[in-house]
Ligand binder design. Structure first.
Ligand code: F0G
Length: 459
């Protein structure tokens, strides 16, 4: 008999989960004003709100925590981290920050000013936020295939070179501070970018004198997909693929809360001394001195180990096969999800799932609430509430896709939890035609409303 796949680690420490009844959950979500962010974590049984900062550290990482060096300047833990990044990504200059958006804040303070344009594959919300905060504009150059959830394409995170060159021809060089490539592309569903595309983007950008920045949050998951899907790299180790990927980047920002396998942290890395020097000043102002930048020494030490572990094939195989396992179960049940299955999350197509809920009543949010009531599972709406209002007309913006994202934390849940999630979603799916009313907003903040919005049931 062929031996089945199983996890490449065992469990040393456990954390109790709180079970609850449907009646309790109906009451709790009402008190939370039907906003999943407002639930307390002990009201949640399985938490799929995000894969960011929610992973479990290894025994090696916990050991590193104990040996962390808390010196203000020149901490040994900083050099452990810096050396690991240099080894993996071949960058000489490293600045730690407290998380990914802080890296964006520091680096974009150096690179961007009003009126600039920043092309890339779909920019993540905070990346776009930091661009727009500086009155610059993000231009999405992702391939068109990414918008069709049912289409199978191995690298839906790829950049369309024609769209990119159009931007380079339309705007003067000095108005384009960089091209941002997000690996994997969160916004298009955790979809990878191929080496072929990274190389072509780099060559095209350099032809026009424009540097390339990798938003690296899930860089290791991207490397795993390259190994599986890009034939030339089939025999390469993940670490070799990562090094190859970063040949085509001039700088990187990182949210270490994902593929760093830690609960908090980020960094900037580059070989450009001038950019590094300028960024140092902003880092000192916003984050902390250049050898800790908002991170504790122990956290840098754990991150140095985390980056080593996340670039091992066995870890990545366990991780991504779990996401795939859940996705395949949902497909088996006929539930509409974004295809192919991405690296860190399943994206449920809420419009196809709940055909009777009008879009004005927040379809993906309605599905998120139903799933919570059904099984105590918390996902996150990637739909109209998140898309917010148009800043000028103040009308709701209706995005192309209404999605419920189920992000899977790293090394946290077992496949029995995946079975439970799939069954709960199937139960909601079986009664989908009875769900024909959604929610209306009773209070919202003027910006980033999804975190604090208050809703009530449409009756
Ligand atoms: N870039 C990408 C691609 C991200 O997914 C995130 C965060 C960031 C940057 C910002 O990093 O949170 O450390 O400040 N994504 C989380 C998510 C929040 O749930 O997808 P951060």
């Amino acid at each position: 008999m062929e031996l089945p796949f199983c996890e490449s680690y065992k469990i040393k420490m456990i954390e109790q989960l709180n079970r609850s009844t449907r009646e309790e959950r109906i009451e709790w979500i009402k008190v939370a004003k039907y906003n999943l962010f407002k639930l307390t974590s002990d009201q949640v049984f399985i938490d799929l709100l995000t894969d960011s900062g929610t992973g479990a550290m290894s025994d090696r990482q916990w050991a590193a925590i104990m040996t962390g060096d808390e010196s203000y300047a020149g901490a040994r833990s900083f050099f452990e981290l810096k050396n690991r990044i240099t080894q993996l990504m071949s960058f000489e200059y490293v600045l730690p920050t407290h998380q990914g958006r802080a890296a964006e804040n520091v680096l974009f303070s150096v690179l961007m000013k009003e009126g600039m344009v920043v092309p890339g594959n779909s920019h993540f919300d905070t990346t776009k936020g930091h661009i727009e905060f500086r009155r610059a504009k993000a231009i999405d150059c992702t391939i068109d295939e990414a918008c069709d959830t049912s289409l199978n394409h191995p690298f839906k995170g790829n950049i369309d070179l024609e769209k990119l060159e159009k931007v380079y021809k339309e705007y003067p060089r000095e108005m384009i501070p960089c091209c941002i490539v997000t690996v994997t592309c969160n916004t298009s569903g955790g979809q990878p970018v191929s080496i072929e595309n990274l190389k072509a983007v780099y060559e095209l950008s350099h032809k026009y004198g424009i540097p390339v920045l990798f938003d690296s949050a899930r860089f290791a998951e991207n490397a795993y997909f390259i190994k599986l899907r890009e034939p030339a790299y089939k025999e390469w180790t993940i670490k070799q693929i990562v090094r190859e990927m970063y040949k085509y980047a001039d700088m990187a920002t990182m949210s270490s809360k994902k593929d760093g396998l830690v609960n908090i942290g980020g960094f900037i890395a580059t070989n450009n001394e001038e950019i590094y020097r300028k960024a140092c000043t902003f880092n000192i102002m916003f984050e902390g001195y250049v050898t800790y930048g908002g991170m504790a020494g122990r956290d840098m030490a754990a991150l140095a180990v985390g980056l080593d572990e996340s670039t091992e094939f066995d870890y990545l195989e366990t991780r991504i096969k779990q996401v795939e396992y859940l996705g395949n179960k949902l497909i088996e049940y006929g539930i509409p999800i974004q295809y192919p299955i991405g690296g860190h999350a399943i994206f449920v197509d809420a419009t196809k799932f709940l055909p009777n809920v009008p879009k004005e009543q927040f379809i993906a949010q309605t599905l998120g609430i139903e799933l919570y009531i059904e099984g105590g599972i918390r996902g996150v709406e990637i739909g109209t509430i998140l898309a917010d209002r148009d800043p000028e007309t103040r009308q709701n913006r209706y995005p192309k896709l209404e999605l419920l994202r189920l992000a899977i934390p790293r090394r946290v849940y077992t496949n029995n939890h995946m079975d439970y999630i799939a069954a709960a979603l199937k139960n909601v799916y079986d009664r989908r035609f009875e769900i024909n009313k959604g929610y209306e907003i009773v209070w919202e903040a003027p910006i980033m409303r999804h975190f604090t919005v208050e809703l009530k049931k449409v009756v």
